[in-house]
Each structure stands twice: as structure tokens, then as C-alpha cells.
Design a protein around this ligand. Structure first.
Ligand code: PMP
Length: 451
């Protein structure tokens, strides 16, 4: 597959060499690199991407799931344009109407969100949730699950993708830093839990409850390994009992299961919620929301005075949780998010059905050839895992997979015009329809014969 890949993408290679003179590794995020070199895309339209050599692809990366309506959805473009031009400016630096409009929508859709703050990314959304948890509980450690990603900062960038040699016992995983330059503190202060293993997780949580401000979880690991219902219900009960806050990181799951994300799907109300990706319809945004009394740890002193001057809650600035950001609640991005929700209210079930059909048909093609594959995921994200293993419930289970075969499949598919970053999950958008399914299955059929 790679030989043909390099033959088809000479301009990408040429340009990539130039990019390396500007950015380390020629990319502005490590994850966007893959060997031998990433394709350089030129434009996107609907379900399609076009590279510098003019090759056309059906896009299943969709910018890591953010583009739930595909590239350049006309209604979203128009909403952004109106906000940008007709309202005279694009950034006010003051409260504005769209914040409340978007906030109300999110409150209606996400039962765990009583109050919220806007941020600029998913990373910032989980970061704020963790600070709120520290401040509210007065405790200074968090627990996260092995294999779960919550952003690129020290508290959570541990044991996302650890080598099994270093990862410790499956029932008592070790905290392994994912990056050079990380403060040792967080390796020691972030407790790692095994996903979908309530007994082992509960042993650890009971032992460490007095130190733990919060447990943060991706309800669907990586967007495609769902928490078992009994596990999620158990985790909610246990955290309540132990006075540990439960944080749902719904950056990937929001709008991808249903409009109400994992908390609607599991009927579970977390204490804090982080949203991102699809919620901005392709524009940078994050949202941190949660219970009123937790969120109000960030209530400015003077603001509480406005409502009741006798009940001044905070005596000095350090009694208030600091949260800020020049671009928080950016009007044109909120316009994009609101329009995205409006489109999804009409089309979300169709997007999920497309993903389901695709998943089922791809499975069938592999089955016919006697290749063991699991298609995992709910809603509009799924992944292909080559394994004989019956159940894939967590990071350890994934280690049984044949990633070499998957990589070969992905390169061959890229050569046939089906794009996701090698080894990445598939996301589907409203721009993906029967034509895309047919074309994708045709490519799969061709490629599987050669595997
Ligand atoms: N949490 C989860 C579950 C994510 O998938 C991501 C992004 N992949 C993040 C947080 C971080 O979001 P962002 O890249 O917008 O900072």
C-alpha cells in the first residue's frame, strides 16, 4: 500500500518537506503526523477532501470527529457569515445574546449541565472541570481511566497509550507520562483506573477516596469502546457514596450518540461535563458545565452582590476560582454551534443510520473472507479492530489487535479514495449518504481481496 501511496501523492511529499522547515515534524500537532508523511489536503467539500495532487477522498477522519455536518455546510457557513458581517464585529469582549441562546440549548440537552462556561477547546474544557473539582472538594488528586484521552496537559496526559511493560497490573494500572517535559507531580497525583472493571476500579477508589476530587471518564473510550451500562451505573453510585465528583468528558461523544450525548444515552447525570468538537460544528470551542453549586465556585464576588448584597460569598479574589479567555464564547463560533444543533435536530438519526449501515456492511465483507474483525462503536463514530477476541472492553483488550493489518488496510483504502488517518477511527457526517456508502464498500471489497 505505501508504495502506491507515495506514487499518488508526490506533491504532498514535496510540500511536506517545506512544512518541516516551518514546524517540527511538518505538523502543528504530533497526532497529525504519520509515516512516511501525511497527505497535505487542499480543500474540503461536503463528504470529500481533495489533496494537493488533486486526489479526491471520502473523508472519514472529519477532523477527528468535529465535522459532524461535513465540510462547509451551507447553513453553518451562512450563520457564521451573518454573525461576522451583519453584526458589525466578530468579537465583543462582553456578554452577548448568543452565549445565553447556546447555553439554554445545552442546558436543555445535557441534564448534568445546570450552569456552564465557554472555552476554546476540549482541552480547556476538561482543565476547567478539574480545577472546579479541586476547588469544590478541597482535594487535590484526580482519577482517570487507562487509555482515555482528555487533553494535552500534565494532569491527564498519563497512561493514554502506555506500553504494556510499563503499565502495571491490569487491576492496578500505573500512571505513565505520555510526554517529555511533564511535571513528575502529575504522574504521582493522577490515579489510573481500569475501564469497564467495576470491582478493580472500586477497590482503588475506596482506598484513595480522601485524596480524590474527581473521576474523569470518556463514557465511550476513544469514541468507540462503550462503557457497559452496569459499569457506568456502578461508577455513578460509587462516586456519590465516596464524595468524589464524576466528570463526563463528552468532547467526542457530544452529538455523536444523540444530541444529549452519553448522559442521555446512559440516563446518568454527571457532576461536571466537558463538551467540544462537534458542538462547534467545526469551529474551535469547548464547554464546561455542571451542577450549579459546583459551577458557582467561579462566581465573581461582585456578581453575587448584584443578587443579594447581604450574602457576599467570597471575601477575596483567591476565594474565587479563576477562569478567563479572550475568545471564550466567540460570537461567530456560537453562531456555528447553534446552526449545527438546528441541522442536527432534523438529521441526527439519519447520520447514525448511515454509520450503522456502513459498519454492518463492512463487517459482512470481512466475514465473507474469513477475516476476524470487530466493528466497535455506537452512533456516528466507529472503529475496526482486527482481533479474534470476543470482547473489547478496555485498553488491555485492544492489545490483542493486529494493528499491522489495519495499517495496511488504511493505506490501501487511501489509495482507493477512502480517507482516515491510518489507525484512526471512522466518523460519519450528514454529508455521507448512499453514494458514499456504495463507493466505500466497493473500495473495501477491492482491497480486502488483496489483504
Ligand atoms: N477529550 C476527548 C475525549 C477528546 O477526544 C479530545 C480531543 N481528541 C479532547 C478531550 C481534547 O480536545 P481538543 O483537541 O479540542 O483540545
Amino acid at each position: 500500500g505505501i508504495k502506491r501511496y507515495t506514487k499518488k501523492t508526490p506533491k504532498s511529499l514535496e510540500f511536506y518537506k517545506e512544512a518541516c522547515k516551518v514546524m517540527p515534524g511538518g505538523t502543528t500537532a504530533n497526532i497529525k503526523f504519520f509515516a512516511p508523511y501525511p497527505i497535505v489536503m487542499d480543500k474540503g467539500k461536503g463528504s470529500r477532501l481533495y489533496d494537493l495532487d488533486g486526489n479526491e477522498y471520502i473523508d472519514y477522519l472529519l477532523s477527528y470527529g468535529a465535522l459532524i455536518l461535513g465540510h462547509g455546510h451551507p447553513r453553518v457557513l451562512q450563520a457564521v457569515q451573518e454573525q461576522l458581517y451583519d453584526n458589525g464585529t466578530y468579537l465583543f469582549g462582553t456578554p452577548h445574546l448568543l452565549e445565553v441562546e447556546m447555553g439554554r440549548k445545552i442546558q436543555q440537552l445535557y441534564p448534568g449541565v445546570e450552569l456552564l462556561r465557554f472555552t476554546n477547546s476540549g482541552t480547556e474544557a476538561t482543565l476547567l472541570a478539574i480545577r472546579l473539582a479541586y476547588a469544590y472538594t478541597g482535594k487535590n488528586k484526580i482519577a482517570k481511566f487507562e487509555g482515555h484521552y482528555h487533553g494535552g496537559y500534565d494532569q491527564v496526559l498519563v497512561s493514554v497509550n502506555p506500553s504494556i511493560d510499563e503499565a502495571g497490573h491490569p487491576h492496578q494500572p500505573r500512571s505513565v507520562a505520555e510526554s517529555k517535559g511533564m511535571d513528575q507531580y502529575h504522574e504521582e497525583h493522577t490515579v489510573i483506573l481500569p475501564f469497564n472493571d467495576l470491582d478493580a476500579a472500586s477497590d482503588i477508589l475506596r482506598k484513595r477516596k480522601d485524596e480524590l476530587a474527581a473521576v474523569i471518564v470518556e463514557p465511550i473510550q476513544g469514541g468507540y469502546i462503550p462503557a457497559e451500562r452496569s459499569f457506568m451505573e456502578g461508577l455513578r453510585k460509587l462516586t456519590e457514596e465516596l464524595d468524589i465528583l464524576l466528570v463526563f468528558d463528552e468532547v467526542k461523544t457530544c452529538f455523536r450518540l444523540g444530541l444529549g450525548g452519553a448522559q442521555e444515552y446512559y440516563s446518568i447525570k454527571p457532576d461536571l461535563t466537558a463538551l467540544g468538537k462537534a458542538v462547534g460544528g467545526g469551529y474551535p470551542i469547548g464547554i464546561t458545565g455542571g451542577k450549579k453549586d459546583i459551577m458557582e465556585v467561579s462566581l465573581p464576588k461582585a456578581a453575587s452582590d448584584v443578587f443579594d448584597s447581604s450574602q457576599s460569598k467570597h471575601s477575596n479574589a483567591r476565594d474565587v476560582l479563576f477562569h478567563s479567555g479572550t475568545y471564550n464564547g466567540h460570537p461567530s463560533i456560537l453562531a456555528a454551534g447553534l446552526e449545527t444543533i438546528a441541522v442536527l435536530e432534523e438529521e441526527i438519526s439519519q447520520i447514525n443510520e448511515t454509520a450503522d449501515r456502513l459498519k454492518t456492511e463492512i463487517s459482512k465483507l470481512f466475514l465473507q473472507r474469513g477475516i476476524a474483525v470487530r466493528t466497535l462503536g455506537i452512533g456516528s463514530i466507529f472503529n475496526l479492530i482486527f482481533t479474534e477476541k470476543e470482547q473489547i472492553l478496555n485498553y488491555r483488550d485492544l492489545q490483542s489487535a493486529d494493528f499491522g493489518l489495519r495499517r495496511e488496510l488504511d493505506f490501501q483504502l487511501i489509495n482507493e479514495g477512502i480517507y482516515t488517518k491510518p489507525l484512526n477511527r471512522y466518523s460519519v457526517s450528514s454529508a455521507h449518504g448512499q453514494e458514499e456508502i456504495d463507493q466505500t464498500l466497493e473500495a473495501y471489497d477491492k482491497v480486502i481481496k488483496r489483504l
